[in-house]
Write a protein that binds this ligand. Structure first.
Ligand SMILES: Cc1cc2nc3c(=O)[nH]c(=O)nc-3n(C[C@H](O)[C@H](O)[C@H](O)COP(=O)(O)OP(=O)(O)OC[C@H]3O[C@@H](n4cnc5c(N)ncnc54)[C@H](O)[C@@H]3O)c2cc1C
Ligand SMILES: NC(=O)c1ccc[n+]([C@@H]2O[C@H](COP(=O)([O-])OP(=O)(O)OC[C@H]3O[C@@H](n4cnc5c(N)ncnc54)[C@H](OP(=O)(O)O)[C@@H]3O)[C@@H](O)[C@H]2O)c1
Length: 465
């Protein structure tokens, strides 16, 4: 017996409830045409997979299987103590505020704080799945090993599940497998003989007690981890290869993303000088933190939001170091010529996006350098393939993924059509991103929450309401 059979039987039983609850919560179903649209495979039941299943159901598409390789829904927000499986670390709290992170049709509980903990976030996704009755469509412990496009345009999907490997056929493939799971570890000259790990495998500070720890990177992982280990470590240093904007989570008593939303009320040419001024007033001179002056505007980089590291750099519990030049045993030589001994290096150097279950003929060479996707979701040639959540916002991913998923669902049920000039749109999107954020790998898929939301709503047209 295959797992797909019970999944689909459950789905049939649950369809009317889902339609009712989705309709009641979203109020968006009634005007839409329902159609027999074909069979849809969703890969991953993290926040983006969940909202995708919700939107498919809301669009009247219920021939869906969402495969999740883990034992639970929630993706990165299912904390696991064991390294290996992708999850947040124990101390994680949201950096985006509750108000700008919650799904627009499903608010977070009123008693949640501004920046909920990972436990609360996981609980929120579980309630979301319950509210929209998504579980019947999700097959847990089921890893998609391969997805192959057949000559007739259908997808053959090989799945490793509790009953072994099976192969299923689908008309559409929606990829929600996340892009914070394949660690990027840089290569520097020399050899470091101490312990080395990537932030992907960092869970708690206890194993670093009394150690000299160097955390590399200036992103949110690096800052969180440097502060976290500092509590018990002999020393906690953070190495940044250039100046970057580290902002407090609150500005004038309000979450920084909410203040950023207010800044958007100003003319575009005023936003940058105002942002620079506000950051200067809130943070002060960077050299007081031991950091270099950032080049460029705070609006052209993925934000690092961490009040604790700013305090820790000022009280000395975390020490700033420049970029790494080379290793020699347990010594690290920095770019300013200084050397220092460390027991552990934590590479908080980000992630690559990779799709090991897809072959290169689908993605095309160079996909990882510049994914040719319209609205970061629509493949240039293959209309039956969608990526949901493949972007890194100044802001939160989930709400935008909800809109992307709605576009995909409405294309699948025939209410929306792919633009005819998709190649030209991809080129425009890629060049406008490069103009704002540059071409460094870290900003390959960067979007501004507000601009991107507007673009997605424009694509939704009459279905945006
Ligand atoms: C420490 C940390 C803190 C973060 N904080 C924030 C934040 O404050 N705000 C924010 O917006 N984002 C944050 N993020 C980013 C985070 O990745 C997203 O919030 C969110 O989890 C992305 O959702 P997703 O569904 O795209 O991916 P994921 O959450 O990664 O879920 C993907 C799912 O797909 C499954 N999967 C993958 N491959 C397969 C396969 N082959 N077969 C079957 N299943 C598969 C995985 O098991 C996983 O459950 C943070 C990330 C980290 C690491
Ligand atoms: N608390 C939270 O909510 C939280 C916590 C962690 C992560 N996140 C989110 O998760 C995502 C991933 O964050 P992340 O911090 O893991 O990755 P990231 O945002 O990609 O940051 C990676 C950092 O590593 C640096 N780096 C990359 N290659 C390097 C190299 N060769 N040498 C030295 N430094 C190098 C980058 O600097 P350059 O700019 O020089 O490339 C950057 O500072 C982000 O969306 C982030 O917002 C959120």
């Amino acid at each position: 017996m295959t797992l797909a059979v019970p999944v689909l039987l459950d789905a049939e039983n649950a369809t009317s409830d889902v339609r009712h609850s989705a309709s009641a919560a979203g109020g968006r179903l009634t005007q839409e045409r329902r159609s027999a649209s074909g069979r849809v495979c969703v890969i991953g039941a993290g926040p983006c997979g969940l909202t995708t299943v919700k939107n498919l159901l809301a669009a009247g598409i219920d021939d869906i299987v969402c495969y999740e390789e883990g034992p639970a829904i929630g993706g990165n927000w299912v904390y696991e103590d064991e390294p290996g499986r992708s999850s947040v670390y124990h101390a994680t709290h949201l950096i985006s505020s509750k108000r700008l992170s919650e799904f627009e049709d499903f608010p977070m509980p009123a008693d949640y704080p501004d920046f909920p903990s990972h436990r609360q976030v996981r609980g929120y996704f579980e309630s979301y799945a319950r509210h929209f009755n998504l579980s019947p469509w999700i097959a847990l412990d089921s890893r998609v090993a391969r997805a192959t496009r057949l000559p007739d345009g259908k997808w053959s999907v090989e799945v490793d599940g509790p009953d072994g490997r099976r192969v299923e056929a689908f008309d559409y493939l929606i990829i929600c497998s996340g892009h914070h799971r394949d660690p990027l570890i840089p290569d520097y000259p020399g050899t470091f003989t101490g312990r080395v790990l990537h932030s992907h495998d960092y869970k708690r500070p206890e194993p670093f007690k009394n150690q000299r720890v160097l955390v590399v990177g200036g992103g949110n992982s690096a800052c969180d981890i440097a502060v976290d280990v500092a509590r018990g470590a002999a020393s906690s240093c953070i190495s940044l290869r250039h100046g970057c904007y580290i902002l407090p989570k609150l500005m004038f008593g309000r979450p920084t993303d909410i203040m950023y939303a207010r800044l958007r009320q100003y003319w575009p040419f005023l936003r940058d000088p105002i942002a620079r001024l506000v950051v200067r007033l809130a943070v002060g001179p960077w050299n007081k933190y031991g950091l270099s002056e950032p080049a460029g505007s705070p609006l052209t980089m993925h934000p690092t939001l961490n009040s604790a590291i700013l305090a820790a750099l000022r009280d000395g519990s975390v020490l700033a170091r420049p970029g790494i030049a080379r290793f020699d045993g347990n010594l690290v030589r920095f770019s300013d010529g200084s050397t220092e001994a460390f027991d552990t290096i934590v590479w908080a150097t980000g992630y690559r996006f990779s799709y090991p279950f897809l072959d290169e003929t689908v993605l095309g060479a160079g996909f990882a350098q510049s994914p040719p996707l319209y609205l970061t979701m629509m493949h240039r040639e293959i209309s039956s393939l969608f990526f949901i959540g493949l972007f890194q916002p100044i802001g939160c991913i989930w709400r935008l993924a909800d809109h992307q998923a709605r576009i995909a669902a409405l294309q699948i049920n025939g209410n929306l059509h792919r633009p005819a000039d998709i190649g030209a749109r991809i080129a425009k999107e890629t060049s406008s991103r490069a103009r704002r954020y540059g071409t460094a790998p870290r900003h390959l898929i960067e979007v501004d929450y507000h601009d991107f939301r507007r673009e997605l709503l424009r694509e939704l047209g009459p279905y945006a309401a």
